[in-house]
Write a protein that binds this ligand. Structure first.
Ligand SMILES: Cc1cc2nc3c(=O)[nH]c(=O)nc-3n(C[C@H](O)[C@H](O)[C@H](O)COP(=O)(O)O)c2cc1C
Length: 169
């Protein structure tokens, strides 16, 4: 089971934009630094190595089927922004596009690629973050790992109990 929400990773290279779906990722710190496991079967893997920058976007529950479709086709064959009716917006600090329909977008620079038992962990440093406050429904979705997905349920606000972590919330 992958506990973090399924995200989209967008890149741009020589004027061509692309998106892939990523469920194997982790928060590494609150700066924020994020690790993503990408495979060489992804066109985006090779583009990210060339450009060393990308955008990580968090899709809402309304984009569940779209995210699965994005992760089942290749940017070498289709223009995924056009095919899935997504809107690319210019980012502030990277050439990769923000995705207008997503809840949040994080512009990232590649810090390091680490090989972990044959798998490639891309360590990404967030350099600018965007949030769409107009979206009332902020639910995300999580991959169970077997083709099943869990959509967020009730949100519990425990901010007052986070006494040791005031700087993080
Ligand atoms: C739900 C879901 C989660 C995925 N998670 C990952 C992942 O964590 N790492 C990865 O390399 N590929 C993952 N994939 C596969 C890529 O999204 C897929 O290979 C995609 O088509 C690559 O697109 P590209 O070739 O245009 O870059 C996932 C696919 C789906 C549907």
């Amino acid at each position: 089971m992958e506990s973090s929400p399924v995200i989209l990773l967008s890149i741009a290279y020589r004027g061509k934009q692309n998106i892939m779906t990523v469920s194997c990722h982790l928060s590494m710190d609150f700066s924020p630094m994020v690790g993503c496991m990408l495979g060489p079967w992804d066109t985006s893997y090779h583009t990210l190595l060339k450009t060393k920058e990308c955008v990580l976007s968090i899709p809402g529950a309304d984009l569940l089927k779209t995210a699965v479709a994005i992760g089942n086709c290749s940017g070498s064959e289709v223009d995924k922004f056009a095919k899935f009716g997504l809107t690319p917006y210019p980012a502030a600090k990277v050439k990769a596009p923000l995705i207008g329909e997503c809840l949040k977008n994080l512009e990232c620079k590649l810090v390091k690629k680490i090989t972990v038992q044959g798998n490639e962990l891309f360590v990404l440093q967030g350099v600018a973050a965007w949030h769409n406050p107009q979206r009332k429904d902020q639910r995300t979705f999580h991959a169970r790992g077997d083709g099943h997905f869990i959509v967020d349920g009730k949100t519990h606000n425990l901010r007052r109990r986070m006494t040791s972590w005031q700087d993080c919330i």
